[in-house]
Design a protein around this ligand. Structure first.
Ligand code: MN
Length: 317
């Protein structure tokens, strides 16, 4: 069997679709022999995997290092493509992992005919390079997913964001037949031009802007959080919902707070002024000192978990 293990986000879905297209179209492998296994941190390793299987691990790694090494030993036909820094660090620390065929890089030092060098690349773009090589033109859909996934060009009004809006309206997981059909279309095998899909994303952006502004008008409030100026809202994750009220002159942080159905509060921190505040370090510092030690993330987006009392205290409520 050919087994595709992939991260459950648009980048991972795209990478999995590239692998499927390569195996079934270029190599002519019967599609019934190819299976999809969505993976995320905390998911168990699928029990169906056998040592003789061809396994493709895309935009994902098993953690920690020792578990990834054990996985690679158990499945010698593994190929691995990932762009996360944690994976690059694992490969640098392990001779065994460095010998797995694939591409583990955050960027290419030198450009190839179909891919720029020196800029961050997404898992789906590396998957294209791995399976299709450095000459075959990169499908536009992969570049747009890459712009989004690596934050190369993901800001408001960007084509990458508009394309994500469109993707959010369709089944994207290629393990489902509808998702697979969508990706065949997106990778160039269908009737839709990417420009047409970006146009659809524009309409969705207009709707989202108005819906977010409507909610922010009644729900957003200013507060002081860890001595920083914040605009906060009881809402699930996402910084675009603050677009109508966030002002980098007046606010250091955006804070979305939601009660998780797992029984704690999740506090999401965002900033566009990463020079003033590093959201990941802040989330780690505040979260680890709290009653549910947790927290971390990126400079611009991070989070931690806590109790009701601590959450209210942090927000000054
Ligand atoms: Mn990715």
């Amino acid at each position: 069997m050919y087994r595709i293990l992939y991260h459950t986000d648009s980048d991972g879905y795209a990478a999995a679709a590239v692998a499927f297209q390569y195996l079934t179209v270029e190599r002519g492998i019967n599609r019934d022999l190819v299976t999809f296994h969505p993976m995320n941190y905390g998911y168990p390793i699928p029990e169906e995997l056998k040592p003789e299987d061809d396994i493709y691990m895309l935009d994902f790694a098993i953690q920690p290092l020792e578990e990834m090494e054990a996985f690679a030993q158990k499945f010698p036909l593994l190929e691995w493509v990932d762009h996360h820094q944690t994976s690059v660090d694992m490969v640098e620390a392990s001779v065994g992992l460095s010998q797995i065929p694939g591409i583990i890089k955050t960027k290419l030092e030198h450009p190839t005919p179909n891919c720029a060098g020196g800029i961050p690349l997404a898992g789906c773009e590396l998957a294209w390079l791995h399976f299709y090589g450095v000459e075959q033109p990169m499908p536009e859909a992969l570049r747009l997913v890459g712009d989004w996934d690596t934050w190369r060009a993901s800001g408001k009004g960007s084509n990458a964001r508009l394309f994500q809006n469109y993707l959010a309206t369709i089944e994207m997981d290629p393990r489902n037949l509808a998702g697979l059909a969508n990706w065949i279309d997106l990778l160039g095998g269908g009737n839709h031009s990417i420009a047409e899909l970006i146009d659809k994303g524009c309409l969705i952006a207009d709707y989202l802007d108005r819906a977010h502004a409507g909610k922010a008008k009644v729900a957003a409030f200013e507060c002081t959080f860890a001595e920083l100026r914040a605009i906060a809202m009881f809402a699930g994750p996402g910084s675009p919902q603050f677009d109508s009220v966030y002002d980098t002159e007046k606010h250091d942080l955006m804070i979305a707070v939601n009660y998780s159905n797992k029984g704690y509060w999740t506090v999401h921190l965002y900033t566009e002024t990463e020079d003033r505040v590093h959201a990941g370090k802040l989330a780690k510092r505040i979260g680890e000192a709290g009653p549910i030690p947790s927290g971390g993330g990126h400079a611009g987006a991070a989070g931690f978990q806590t109790t009701t009392a601590h959450m209210l205290e942090l927000l000054g409520l």
